[in-house]
Design a protein around this ligand. Sequence first.
Ligand code: ZN
Length: 394
Amino acid sequence: MATKLEPGEKAAKAAAQNLNVKGLVNKDRMVRNFLDMVQINSLSRKEGRLARFVMEQLSSLGMAAAVDDSASRTNSDTGNVIAYLPASPAASGKPSFLLSAHMDTVAPGEGIRPIVESDRITSDGSTILGGDCKSGIAVILEVLTAIVENNLPHGDIEVCLTVCEEIGLLGSKYIEASKIKSKFGLVLDSPNAHALVIQAPAGDNVEATIFGLEAHAGVCPEKGISAIQIAAHAIGQMRLGRVDRETTANIGSIQGGMAVNIVPSKVVIKGEARSLSLAKLDAQTKHMRTCLEKAARKFKGDVAFNIQRGYMPVNLSPASQLAKWVRQSAQDLKEPLVFAASGGASDANNFSLHGMQCANLGTGVRDIHTLREWLHLKDFLFSAQLTLNLLSKL
Ligand SMILES: [Zn+2]
């Protein structure tokens, strides 16, 4: 049923529909803000200075901004930054919407010296750029600034800038669910601004400690049980790498043994499994566990497990309300947009857990987690235009 609009509201809505949103995004301001932020060190658990910088900006827009109490659980020097922009008077009935990006970066990410070229920004090659995910924060700040300075009609906007995303999505994992009420949201934390990631896997962390028995390797090897042999046999039996279209698995680290002349009594292996399908994820994790148990039995050793579900999947349909809105926004701007599936998790995985339709939109950053990381300026700008158009026309 269509809502009946008051004359003032009607005019505001009509104005919003005809607005050239593209022209409201200020590229120079966005770039300046981005450059300021990448020069503030913010490795995981050390996001405090950046949090204060963004809170000042959010407050200057008239938003209520504060940090939550997640620091005691993430061990960061700050909580997640949470801020609200209440709906404009002419926009009652618009849905509340969450915008999110993470504040932490990977290493080497201290003392970043950005270099601006005509179409891109790079680091000087000795560090990452930090565009993952400060480009997302810059997009969010620009969208909010454009909304406020142009008086655009908008529903409630919630902003959540998280800590410790890079070390296991910890900020969004420990956020108080009651602090976020939006049923729709965008995480701005992927490369291509013309792609909306609507599917991302759930993941399990698999750690196994294998116990053998020590013995002198030359004098009496038959008295020993080699934990390394058990591990090798188990891993040799495992389906790893790309298991199927939706599922991947990896053993990422193996540690154990004392010396070449001692039969090794203990090995710790760490791995993971990911899948878009929870049933397939359960099956893959169980398979890895069974391989280890069988190998331990075969060689008369033992194995103990620490298996944890790291995050739940993002699994939105192209027909979902959020996907339709974002596609419409791209169409309004006469730009292409594809729906994508990613093998990587993001804070969107944790927000989805709370029943939110949440997808991951690109911000123009490329070659992340490498010294070659760079920001594609045209894509960066489009990310802000698309998001601003979306929020002003919901
Ligand atoms: Zn990221």
